[in-house]
Design a protein around this ligand. Structure first.
Ligand code: PEP
Length: 257
């Protein structure tokens, strides 16, 4: 691949200010691995603090509301997280889709709002175990992604810069069992073809497609060797600098996707 591998930590609902030391350690280590783009998405409450201190890593959010503002108690807009220092937002994570009932249309509205606020987006997609077992994983992911992404004419011209896809099979998230490299290769190939179809051969070929689901330092190199894998979205293993940067290290070895 022509672009730097992108390794993003999703801290989920983990982390108080005591975790800032871990963010500092990740930032220091990232300065030694400049061939890799490293970023973390902490809870909202830590975005500004990490943004103020970080010299190398980007900080992002795990969600945003689709409206610019208004009577939405407890919600946070894209402009607010950008103001706090976020450079990107993760959207359509399966935990949002499942636990908060987020539909594809809602995820798409959030994406449009985030892009309008100048943020980069990481759009998640992925099938359940039942869908995979029924042989419908590819069709499901294609449909989910197409319905969750803004149409090409609503995307900024630099699509590949502003959009990242994360393929995260639900059954692999937090289970310790990553998808096989064959399954990852198949799905990333399908997603690449869809991106080329939606955004044209130049932009579509350059959008990074991350794999997410039980990525650890010991399986990362094999996953990064799969064609069309442009990095990883990492949950559990992003919570300590040691394991997260072990994954970043695996991405800094030459890989030609
Ligand atoms: C995630 O939730 O985005 C994720 C990939 O989690 P984990 O790495 O813990 O499977």
């Amino acid at each position: 691949m022509t672009r730097r591998p992108y390794i993003v930590g999703n801290w989920k609902m983990h982390g108080t200010r005591a975790m800032l030391s871990e963010a500092r350690a990740i930032d220091r280590a990232a300065q030694r691995h400049m061939k890799v783009e490293v970023a973390i998405a902490p809870p909202y409450t830590l975005i500004h603090a990490i943004h103020r201190e970080a010299e190398q890593i980007a900080v992002g959010a795990q969600d945003c509301h689709q409206a610019d503002g208004g009577a939405h108690t407890g919600d946070v807009s894209a402009a607010m997280i950008a103001d706090a220092g976020a450079k990107f937002v993760i959207l359509g994570h399966s935990e949002r889709r499942q636990m908060h009932g987020e539909s594809d249309a809602l995820v798409r509205a959030k994406a449009e709002s985030a892009l309008a606020a100048g943020l980069r987006i990481i759009m998640c997609c992925g099938e359940s175990a039942e869908t995979r077992e029924s042989g419908k994983a590819v069709a499901f992911v294609k449909r989910q992604l197409k319905a969750s992404l803004p149409p090409a004419d609503a995307m900024p011209a630099d699509v590949a810069e502003r959009l990242t896809i994360a393929y995260e099979p639900i059954w692999a998230i937090g289970t310790g069992t990553a998808a096989t490299t064959d399954d990852i290769a198949e799905m990333h190939g399908v997603i690449r073809a869809l991106l080329v179809d939606l955004f044209g051969p130049e932009q579509g070929a350059e959008v990074r497609i991350l794999y997410g689901g039980s990525v650890k330092p010991d399986n990362a190199a094999a996953i990064f060797a799969v064609p069309d894998v442009g990095g990883a979205l990492v949950g559990g293993a992003s919570l300590t600098a040691d394991s997260f940067m072990g994954i970043a290290l695996a991405a800094s070895e030459p890989f030609e996707n």
